[in-house]
Ligand binder design. Sequence first.
Ligand SMILES: [Fe+2]
Length: 479
Amino acid sequence: MRVFAGPRIGTRLGCHNFRGSRREFLFLGTVREAWPRREHLYNIVFTGPNVGNRTIKSCAGNKSEQPLRGRCYETGSDFALAAELYDARARTDEMFWLLDPAALYERPAPERHRLIFYLGHLEAFDWNQICRGALETTAFHSMFDKLFEFGIDPEPGQSPADRPSDWPRVEEVARYNAEVRRRVDESLARAPAQIVQVALEHRLMHAETFAYLMHELPYERKLRRAAHAVRQDSGPPPEARMVDIAEGEATLGQDPAAFGWDNEFARHRMRVPSFRMARYKVTNGEYLRFVMEGAAAPHFWVRQGEQWFYRGMFGLRPLPLDWPVYVTHEEAAAYAAWRAKSLPSEEQFHRAAYGSPDGGERAYPWGGAAPGPRRGNFNFRRWDPEPVTAHPAGESAFGIAQLAGNGWEWTSTRFGPFPGFEPFPFYPGYSANFFASPHFVLKGGSPRTARRLLRRSFRNWFRPCYPYVYATFRLVENG
Ligand SMILES: [Fe+2]
């Protein structure tokens, strides 16, 4: 890794460092360090020979011609990961910038920490895993390392009772974060790729779960609301249709040579008897009939007078009848029973999403192409769902819609270890802590799920009564 300090726009980049080099380099630069100050990120890829003669002419985001500070990575295993980690930091910083700073000491979900915890947690996790854990670096702030180490998932009725004054001031946390980023960046090239991926995916998962918490805040606590106005694209719900899925095999779990979390191993195959699956996720319109029969309204709905509204991230809108309904597992299971149908098991989801009538299996529902904006509502493009008929280019080989994105899908499978499961030695509680009490597996992804987490083997899980998740479902018929 080469380190630059202070190249400016218009200057030739490090000629003396790169003279004669024929390698590729990525320049990662920052003007400022970390939230709450703006961080400008530069990912400049120099390819081909004579990289030392390239001149920085412009960098997205930097209008001020301030000095660029950053690091240059030789392209290789650490190259793409470092770039992804920087992008993920920008993603999580963006969430905090959307908040009224006073909201940081609120606890939008009684079962979770106050938001200030997450400001420290993202950096503390990277620091604890990469520097303290993998590289055995000495601590510089052990108290924060511990305070911000892990989140919570208490049994129902055992929510935390701390007060805002129990938490450190924002400035202290921001100082800790800036120091962590500086030290992590210095260490990144020496860190094992597996640990960097753990840190990266952990941050991306929080980019989504933090959105759940932010969703719960009153609208006046969210800044720049107008920039994220709710789109007005909805219509009548489509006609429900069941699709035949012939008996076949499904491969669950990750390739042992690839990165995955501990619960994604070991890879194994399962025989799945024939069944029928709904082409579309259950819509608000369909669920409304259940509510009119006496079922409780979902957490994301609100009633004003005679009309139902969807409680979007940045505003209310009349209930979009063709959007998927966000519900708890308990609600999804009750609706399925009311319709005399079932929720799919994890292996049924795999068979329908990644299998095909000819017996082959795919990386994604639509095939082998990397997830892009034509394939579905994921990777942070929207804050809220879209109609269940959107993005036909993302359908599976069986013609089933939206098996990736637009809302995680509850399965009937209780979260547990795959055969051959072994916990990560450096993070033993990541999955195993959740096996004993009931949590259910969700598959697919939501509007706020990073593209990287759409891989086939990725498993999400939540308690059956946890209402804040962007979780939908679809129906199956067995036998
Ligand atoms: Fe976490």
